[in-house]
Design a protein around this ligand. Structure first.
Ligand code: GAL
Length: 665
């Protein structure tokens, strides 16, 4: 099985290429400018359905033939889209029930993009037919490097509530629960008179007077992720039957806001993981959030190289205020992804559109042309990528793992919880931020991942956990591992039912504590700990049962009650963070857990180590990204690949710069 776009020399560099937006005269110039910029891979045809199948069953591939031929002559490889991300107006006009329906019953119309219902048999058949036609036509095209199925599944329409989805949901529930008694039990339908006596009473969670049933909502989230995955798999299998050696991917959206898909299950179905990441342009922490998304993407890829399918050269057009990137930021962003395992970074898009909804979104070739900060930087970084090409295929070193769980994210984000101020993503990020500041690279794992290679496993808000996964974590600690678990972990089982006998249910014994009641804080309220730490959002009435108290509340609703504990469990240690600690207080806990686990900190410039082989020899590289306005000095020796300089002793990484050092071992 081929697991990387074929024929790409070195690190991939390129963009979404949408030539259909331009007259054909522009295409030759595009290829010329791509060559100047070092572009070696482009995604073509993502939104081309309406121009490839101009009416039902009428195909027009000639323009795409010419595009692919031109790219091939220019030495540029193609990640060819199946073009199914947006059905054309003829399709939704002829078959209106392809259009998805919102929870309030409103049916979307065409005129934007991604207007399809995942359960529509017409959409599925038409999408598979187009993918099949493309595969048959381009199976032997020399430019074909990979398949790009759909685009960002679930980006705009992650859930459809139509009658067809209701039927598909029931079938999914029948497969999962078997019979209605089991479903009634799983959803606790004895509550609020929700007991189902026939399958056709079960609907998608449409608009209801007040809070929906948590089990119903959770299963619908799972169903919607699976329904879109089935669509992807249908296209993938059609392609695979025709081009078994061409690797297949679809671009994920691992980032800050999107949470509709359980990417752990999706990652198993792609030949290589690809991701789209856009920084939060107004945030000062955007480079740290980028690092977290990149590490999570590498986790989804199982540690193997992954592709950044899209990011932006400068501003996007869909945030409230779209801040342009600073000089050097495009380079830092690209290499930060590459440091964390991306063997290539592509942009949305090649040439900035002059019309259409994304005309103010940056691109590799801006409206203003090539004499610009952006195009110059694009060319420079393209050349640097070529110099760093030996990184390809190497892996990333990490001694710490963070458990990331989409089911817990969904469940903990439901309404009718102890506080609206809790956010799964904020909780993960607060811990990640401390690890990033400490210069510690982390891997992300699913709750059923293999903890054994790590010195420390961080478990943020693992709200719902199976008995088996809880046991595996306990066994890991028993065997000498170290864990740091936060509040709102272990509270529920995989159905979302609260575990009785005190929180944090599944982890009480491991952590050596029990909590009798949650004490969330008022909006903007803070409590102080006796070591000076400050916590917001969450506290709880906790009792040690074997654990030693690391810090207690000095004020607030629970003075004297433990806030941070540490428990010896077998050969290892289990820390419990029972409150929404931030700032220095959180830093102290994370530093102590790192030190206790024997993980060295290296605060300062962002450095990630990749390991691999060069000419048969084991080699390591340090990729450094200096986000600060001052030069950094690092003790290291080797050859800096971007400049060719030999380094022995202090390695100076200039302010705002990026450097890649092949270490002397
Ligand atoms: C992505 C999408 C692209 C483009 C881009 C703009 O979500 O895949 O087609 O819309 O965002 O940032």
């Amino acid at each position: 099985m081929t697991t990387w776009p074929t024929g790409v020399p070195g690190l991939a560099w390129g963009a979404d290429y949408n030539p259909e937006q331009w007259p054909e005269e522009v295409w030759a110039e595009d290829v010329e400018l791509m060559r100047r910029a070092g572009v070696n891979l482009v995604s073509v045809g993502i939104f081309s359905w309406a121009l490839l199948e101009t009416s039902e069953g009428e195909y027009a591939f000639e323009w795409l033939d010419r595009v692919l031929d031109l790219l091939h002559e220019g030495g540029i490889r193609v990640d060819l889209a199946t073009a199914t991300a947006s059905p054309p107006p003829w399709l939704t006009t002829a078959y209106p029930d392809v259009l998805p329906v919102r929870a309030d019953g409103v049916r979307f119309t065409h005129g934007s993009r991604q207007e399809y219902c995942p359960s529509s048999p017409v959409y599925r058949a038409k999408a598979v037919a187009l993918a099949t036609r493309l595969a048959e036509r381009y199976r032997d095209h020399p430019a074909l490097a990979a398949w790009h199925v759909g685009n960002e599944y679930g980006c705009h329409v992650a859930r459809c509530y139509c009658d067809r989805c209701a039927e598909a949901f029931r079938r999914w529930l029948q497969r999962k629960h078997g019979d209605l008694d089991t479903l009634n039990e799983a959803w606790a339908t004895a509550f609020w008179s929700q007991h189902y006596s026939a399958w056709d009473q079960v609907l998608p969670p449409r608009v209801t007077p007040t809070f929906g049933n948590p089990g119903h909502l959770l299963d619908f989230d799972r169903f919607c992720s699976d329904a879109l995955l089935e669509l992807y798999v249908a296209e993938r299998d059609a392609l695979r039957g025709i081009t078994p050696d061409v690797p297949i991917t679809t671009n994920f959206m691992v980032g800050w806001t999107f949470d509709a898909l359980d990417y752990w299950s999706w990652a198993r179905e792609v030949d290589f993981v690809s991701n789209d990441h856009y920084t939060r342009s107004e945030s000062d922490d955007r480079h740290v959030e980028l690092a977290m998304a990149a590490d999570l993407t590498r986790g989804l890829a199982g540690g193997k190289p992954w592709l950044l399918m899209e990011h932006s050269t400068s501003a996007v057009n869909w945030q409230p205020r779209n801040i342009a990137k600073q000089p050097g930021e495009l380079r830092r962003n690209s290499f930060a992804h590459t440091a964390r395992g991306a063997d290539g970074t592509l942009f949305f898009q090649w040439r900035q559109s002059r019309a259409g909804a994304e005309r103010f979104h940056s691109a590799m070739v801006p409206h203003a042309g090539t004499e610009t900060k952006v195009y110059r930087e694009v060319c420079e970084v393209g050349a640097e990528y070529a110099r760093a090409s030996e990184l390809v295929g190497s892996t990333v070193d990490a001694a710490v793992a963070v458990v990331y769980d989409y089911q817990s994210r969904w469940l903990s984000g439901q309404q009718a919880h102890p506080t609206a101020d809790f956010s799964y993503q904020d909780t993960v990020f607060a811990l990640y931020r401390q690890l990033w500041d400490a210069g510690v690279t982390v891997d992300f794992l699913p709750p059923d991942g293999d903890f054994s290679p790590y010195e420390l496993v961080v478990v943020p808000a693992l709200y719902a956990v199976t008995d088996a996964d809880a046991q595996r974590l306990a066994d890991y600690v028993d065997g000498g591992g170290h864990v740091l678990v936060t509040y709102l972990s272990g509270v529920a089982d995989e159905r979302g039912h609260v575990r009785l006998g005190g929180y944090p249910g599944a982890f009480r014994d491991l952590l050596g504590v029990w909590t009798e009641e949650f004490f969330p804080l008022r909006e903007n309220e803070h409590v102080t700990l006796d070591d000076g730490g400050v916590a917001g959002v969450w506290t709880e009435l906790l009792h040690p049962r074997g654990a030693e108290v690391v810090a207690s509340y000095a004020d607030g609703p629970l003075p004297g009650v433990p806030a941070v504990t540490r428990n010896r469990h077998g050969g290892g240690t289990a820390w419990y963070l029972a409150c929404g600690l931030g700032g220095d207080g959180l830093r102290r806990v994370v530093d102590a857990a790192l030190e206790h686990a024997g993980v060295p900190s290296a605060p300062g410039v962002e450095i990630v180590r990749r390991r691999g082989r060069l000419d048969g020899e084991a080699v390591s590289w340090l990729v450094a990204v200096n986000h600060s306005a001052v030069a950094a000095e690092v003790a290291a020796a080797g050859v800096e690949l971007l400049t060719g300089a030999r380094v022995d002793g202090p390695w100076v990484v200039p302010a705002g710069a990026v450097a890649v050092l092949r270490e002397m071992v």
